[in-house]
Design a binder for this molecule. Structure first.
Ligand code: UDX
Ligand code: UDX
Length: 463
């Protein structure tokens, strides 16, 4: 079976870049990305590719080349489903905010809606690919909806989890460590797996394309994120110990990272991990474990989240303590709001929680982030429901210029590791701040000695 027409439901951080790269590497396949959000789609179609709704280095170039040739963005969901032989489901699966499993289980309502729509519209056999990260055994639910509401057409369900990290999405997609495809062990299932293998084989070496059963594939995605997040929580736990003992967490990370059994990646101490995946996926793992009565397993993984919450809280508490136990009315400048550099995504960013804590202490937050828009910042704070939207607006001011943001501040907190922060004229920033001038570096990106020489009271995580 040879695929010539692909549809992807969901033009978000995962669906958009992934389909752009597939279209770019497979000019013989027509790729249509659909989304219910009309604004998002019109931005993807914006004549100026710099206006596409997702910021990822290199993405605009990839889109420019393929768009209009074999890459299309549309709101005509039914038409795209009908025409496609293979459909990726890439809608978001946030943590439930209501009912059973609130705060832990994944909310699958978007996935279910997609399945029902596919079942309703399809007139020919199709391969359905789960791209969104899903709890283990979601494919089963999908299958049951498709088979019981469809028009008698055959569906094969594959799991093909996304391992791209935001900020490096294009590079990760062009050169993945591995591509994982899970499918049914039946002959039809294997045919479907092979059809998707042929798509990726256009640019990914075959030895990096792994075939598994559906459940292994689904669980591998959750496990990969849980392991990565666990490394960050582990080094963050050590960072607190370093602060008490004069060990330096960067030195410790380097020393242990050179052990090839441990490895050097994902050992950067920080104010805490964020992003749409880590917390959600671990909570999922915890929820599933509990559902099977595996309480020790659940507690083991939950501790990774507890440590992360602690790290965020510890950072804000330290700011208050260092600023003489009161920040009421003080101007504290945040550099960075995104959950990491090179993305405009703010989901679960540590900055949100640190800001919330400091606003509780009545601090005035001034903020500069090179890519995040003001309305996003406010909606992130409102989402916590700690206080009213009007109240939040009173406590946070968003700047377009970092030097203006830092003027007359009591302290600066670095929340995202944007490269440009390292290039700033820190002497100039110092001159315009209230003294003593404090810098709390939540990402360990600045040079301690240089900052001390200028006169800053400089504190970084884990030293
Ligand atoms: C992804 C994955 O899907 C999620 O499982 C993973 O864990 C994190 O990343 P992402 O692409 O980042 O989600 O989400 P988002 O940027 O919110 O994009 C989802 C898109 O799907 C949105 O544009 C939304 O409008 C669209 N959508 C949602 C639909 O078109 N139909 C729906 O029914 C629901
Ligand atoms: C993650 C996974 O890496 C990716 O494979 C998966 O598909 C989606 O989830 P992403 O959330 O985009 O990707 O970002 P990632 O680079 O993993 O960073 C997650 C968080 O951990 C960020 O807030 C980052 O700043 C933090 N982090 C990462 C650290 O604090 N220290 C590190 O050493 C690495």
């Amino acid at each position: 079976m040879k695929i010539t027409n692909i549809c992807c439901i969901g033009a978000g951080y995962v669906g958009g870049p992934t389909m752009a790269v597939i279209a770019n590497k497979c000019p013989h396949i027509k790729v249509t990305v659909v989304d219910l959000n009309e604004t998002r789609i019109s931005l993807w179609n914006d004549e100026n590719v710099d206006n596409i709704p997702i910021y990822e280095p290199g993405l605009n170039e990839i889109v420019k080349e393929a768009r209009g040739r074999n890459l299309f963005f549309s709101t005509q969901v039914d038409k795209a489903i009908d025409e496609a032989e293979l459909i990726f489901i890439s809608v978001n699966t946030p943590t439930k905010t209501y009912g059973t499993g609130k705060g832990m289980a994944a909310d699958l309502k978007h996935i279910e809606l997609c399945a029902r729509q596919i079942a309703k519209v399809s007139k020919s056999n199709k391969i359905i690919v789960e791209k969104s990260t899903l709890p283990v055994r979601t494919a089963e639910a999908l299958k049951s909806i498709l088979e019981n509401t469809g028009n008698g057409v055959q569906f094969q369900i594959l799991s093909n989890p996304e391992f791209l990290a935001e900020g490096t999405a294009v590079a990760d997609l062009l050169n993945p460590d591995r591509v994982l495809i899970g499918g049914d062990t039946s002959t039809d299932g294997q045919v479907a797996i092979d059809a998707l293998v042929e798509v990726y084989a256009n640019w990914v070496p075959r030895e990096r394309i792994l075939k598994t059963n559906v459940w292994s594939s689904e669980l591998s995605k959750l496990t990969a994120n849980a392991f990565l997040a666990q490394r960050v929580s582990s080094i963050n736990a050590i960072s607190e110990l370093c602060e008490k003992t004069e060990a330096n967490v960067n030195e410790v990370a380097k020393a242990i990272g050179m052990d090839s059994r441990i490895g050097s990646k994902f050992l950067k101490a920080s104010v805490g991990f964020g992003g749409s995946c880590f917390q959600k996926d671990i909570l999922n793992l915890v929820y599933i474990s509990k559902a099977f009565g595996l309480n020790e397993v659940a507690d083991y993984w939950e501790q990774v989240i507890i440590m992360n919450d602690h790290q965020k809280r510890r950072f804000s508490k330290n700011i208050v303590k260092t600023l003489y136990n009161t920040v009421s009315g003080k101007k504290i400048t945040f550099l960075g709001w995104a959950f990491k550099k090179d993305t405009n995504d703010t989901r679960e960013s540590a900055a949100i929680y640190v800001a919330d804590d400091l606003i509780n202490e009545q601090a005035s937050i001034a903020l500069y982030d090179p890519k995040v828009e003001s309305k996003q910042v406010l909606s992130d704070l409102d989402y916590l429901e700690t206080r009213s939207s009007d109240e939040n607006k009173k406590y946070i001011e968003i700047f377009e210029d970092p030097y203006e943001a830092c003027k007359n501040a009591h302290a600066i907190a670095i929340l995202t590791e944007w490269d440009e922060f390292k290039e700033y004229d820190w002497q100039k920033i110092y001159n315009n701040m209230l003294k003593p001038a404090f810098v709390f570096d939540g990402r360990n990106i600045l040079d301690l000695q240089k900052m001390n020489e200028i006169g800053f009271v400089y504190q970084s995580i884990g030293s």
